[in-house]
Design a protein. Structure first.
Length: 502
């Protein structure tokens, strides 16, 4: 009961985060890493093992990482097991892999981690990994920083730190690392939640020195629930714990397969300012019984109406990302309408439509599942295969393009401003508008977009948080007034116009 009250108390009120950009200043490299739109990929089965992706460390028919670790320690001892795991982490990404990611304009990697790997296993007390973490996993955190964060930084690639495995599991799936099936026990243990909150504070503090951290994800695929009370308390406590160490780092939460309920929660918590949260949605069309009943063409045609739709106030104020997606459809779908005979084209169409909609509706970007497989190609689950086959490519594609000069900017601004002014003046000739606000918003968005583009062709991604920060600056300079919406229209026009000009 005491722990329950502590979690509730810790998470009940969430203060606004520091703005994603300093008032009156150009964005820094760190701020661009934290706020750009990402074209990314997951490094699945590296630090959180999944047998279907990398099977080599699973012995004696084990199915999850905890079992594999237990059996390996029993057979080989702790030191040899540690060496075997460290060899896997150290060799997972070669120099050529990082070069390939850079050449394919990948801007971020989402790296699933288990709670047992953080800071030498320090946060495993009273968990199923406690017996093994401080021996087998004692160097995992330092390897993660050196071989992944630091290496990614040399390529201009950000790292999204994804706490994929929580004690007891945030869902009943094997990728929790502890078990295959059963209840999501994490949500019923406030003691474990408080322990994880301490861990998140450490992560935020320890990684603050790096520029290229895209965010910290506090849970992966939270179990679907009609009553989200436990998730709400944990999310609040987790956010506040991170904010004790870092006021600005984006915090990523799972939408629990029901995005609108979390859009509303974030909107409610942001009544006094942006809290720096990104909502993570996963897009799979191969698992549910409903999707299996559909043909590939039905699934593709249906994406527009079932992907991130019907969100409260059109998700105003909430930045959204796609943490996982693939090009995979179920075999039952391929059996319909002779679809297998046109499989390659359907896969391309499916990928293209997903990426188009992600680009429109998930402004913080997307991460394919997954990068590589131990036994060759993973087919439509395989990022490298899908990229090399021309199925997927970056929707951003601005790297190397020249930025428009001021003359071009002013020409576009004049056109957009005149259209704005003409429309509203003709709509209500008696209204005393403040059209200069439109110009201010446009020029702010254009200037910021230019700064992003000059860093490896980046694009502003967390547009809601960024817009809130710049709007707050504008209001402090020019006052709020009834026509502040004209600044917002100008800002939106500036973002769109800059993007279209490249």
């Amino acid at each position: 009961m005491f722990d329950n009250l502590k979690v509730k108390s810790k998470g009940s009120k969430i203060e606004p985060a520091d703005p994603p950009v300093s008032p009156g200043a150009k964005p820094t490299k760190k701020q661009i890493y934290q706020a750009r739109q990402n074209y990314g990929v997951n490094l699945g089965a590296c630090f959180v093992l999944e047998k279907w992706i990398y099977h080599g460390l699973f012995i004696d028919d084990t199915a999850v990482e905890l079992e594999a670790t237990k059996k390996s320690v029993k057979k080989l001892g702790k030191d040899d097991t540690r060496k075997k795991f460290e060899d896997h982490w150290n060799s997972f990404m070669s120099d050529s892999d990082w070069d390939w990611l850079e050449s394919h304009q990948v801007t971020s990697v989402r790296i699933p981690l288990g709670y047992w790997e953080v800071d030498g296993g320090k946060y495993t007390k009273n968990t199923k990994f406690e017996k093994y973490a401080k021996d087998v996993y004692k160097n995992a955190w330092s390897i993660f920083k050196e071989k992944f964060i630091e290496k990614a930084g040399t390529k201009g690639i950000a790292v999204l730190v994804d706490i994929h495995g929580l004690p007891g599991g945030a869902n009943g799936d094997s990728h929790s690392g502890e078990k295959e099936g059963g209840d999501a026990e994490f949500w019923s243990s406030q003691g474990l939640q408080l322990q994880v909150c301490d861990m998140l504070k450490f992560i935020a503090s320890d990684l603050k020195k790096y520029d290229n951290i895209a965010g910290i994800q506090v849970v992966n695929e939270s179990v679907f629930s009609n009553d989200t009370k436990r998730q709400r308390y944990y999310y609040g406590a987790a956010i506040n714990s991170i904010r004790e160490a870092d006021k600005a780092i984006p915090v990523v939460i799972s939408d629990g397969w029901w995005p609108d309920q979390w859009v509303k929660w974030v909107q409610e918590k942001q009544s006094s300012g942006n809290i720096g949260v990104v909502l993570d949605h996963h897009c799979y069309r191969c698992a549910s019984d409903d999707d299996k009943k559909k043909s590939p063409s039905q699934i593709i045609d249906g994406l527009n109406n079932d992907l991130l739709t019907n969100l409260s106030d059109n998700s105003k104020g909430v930045d959204i990302m796609i943490g996982e997606y693939s090009c995979v459809l179920d075999g039952q779908s391929w059996d319909k309408d002779n679809s297998s005979s046109k499989r390659d084209q359907f896969v391309k169409n499916f990928a293209k439509r997903q990426i188009e909609l992600f680009n429109e509706r998930a402004n913080a970007g997307s991460y394919f599942w997954t990068f590589k497989f131990e036994a060759g190609s993973g087919g439509e689950w395989d990022f490298k295969t899908m990229s090399d086959n021309g199925v997927i490519q970056s929707p951003i594609g601005f790297k190397g393009k020249s930025v428009p000069d001021d003359r071009k900017r002013d020409e576009i601004l004049d056109h957009e401003f005149n259209n704005h002014k003409s429309y509203w003046d003709n709509s209500n000739k008696n209204e005393k508008y403040e059209h200069d606000r439109f110009k201010d918003g446009f020029l702010t968005a254009w200037s910021d977009s230019k700064a992003f583009a000059e860093f490896n062709g980046s694009v502003i991604g967390r547009r809601e948080a960024w817009k809130d920060a710049r709007l707050d600056e504008h209001i402090k300079q020019k006052g709020k007034g009834k026509h502040v919406w004209e600044w917002e229209h100008g800002f939106d026009s500036g973002l769109k116009s800059f993007k279209n000009s490249l």
